[in-house]
Design a protein around this ligand. Sequence first.
Ligand SMILES: Nc1nc2c(ncn2[C@@H]2O[C@H](COP(=O)(O)OP(=O)(O)OP(=O)(O)O)[C@@H](O)[C@H]2O)c(=O)[nH]1
Length: 315
Amino acid sequence: MSDLSGNALLKVLETILQELNVGILLVDRDRKVLRWNQFMAVHSGRPEAEVKGKDLFDAFPELPQAWLDKKLRSVHILKNPAFTSWQQRPYLFRFRHNRPLTSDMDHMRQDCTFIPIKDDNDEVEYVCIVVNDVTENCIFQGQLQQALKQVQAMSVTDALTGLYNRRHLETVLGQEFKRARRHKRPLSVLLFDIDFFKKVNDTYGHRAGDTVLQSVARLCQEMLREHDVCARYGGEEFCLVLPDTDLEGACVVAERLRKSVKQERIEVDGNEISVTITIGVCDYDDTMPHHEAMLDSADEALYEGKEQGRDRVIS
Ligand SMILES: Nc1nc2c(ncn2[C@@H]2O[C@H](COP(=O)(O)OP(=O)(O)OP(=O)(O)O)[C@@H](O)[C@H]2O)c(=O)[nH]1
């Protein structure tokens, strides 16, 4: 096998330069374009002959001139390669990408490398700009972020009612409990349960029971202030965390909620269903060791409400 050199080597390199699926252009100190490979020609719609010898900024006035000029100058001065990622600057050259169906992205996303090419005196004579099409990565990353967002939302949401789930409620209550203790702020918890809910299921069916749960959740949500948090705590049990609310205020909210649920007529398959709820209310006091103590206390009040005949608020 013979060594490659001279014209044979040049021919190989020229073929590689042209056929590589990345953009390659070479500019001199005055930003004059000396080489422009096929990738650049195809994606810009401008053949090398049309661009060669021109000032890069005259040929492409839409380029970010101030930024690119600074970048090129720094490569000349520092004599080191530089790199830009699409995450900092989505693209250098405004090229269309060829994945129109998979994304609403407007232009090809590009990672660019600026390679200094030095002369015999170790001065940078040319800069080779390598343009990598990373649109695919960018689309995948967008899809991944979207999926992650959905998973995160699902992990804190109850599927039936759209309220937060118990796990998230406990997280929020834990944080609010610490805040109440640190800043000596009031904090209340409402725990409520639909009365005789088993009878609703038994009489109208499980699907009707689900609709009742959704209606109660909606009523509960409509009542909330911005920082209140409502969650489905268990089957037909719900919990509300009311930051900056004392026991008296919490009982007012509870009574309003009790009345609004009682007045609601829930239509399912031609049937009109009405339910009542029993609510246990408790507020923070600084003898409580942790947030679970608030839930225990609200649960005790709820149990007492059930014992006393249901459809009531007990604190
Ligand atoms: N439709 C429906 N029913 C549920 C769901 N989760 C729990 N339940 C039902 O809720 C009912 C709860 O019944 P119980 O714990 O006996 O309480 P209750 O009938 O509400 O009686 P009290 O709470 O004592 O007033 C059971 O029949 C459960 O099957 C759900 O997601 N959908």
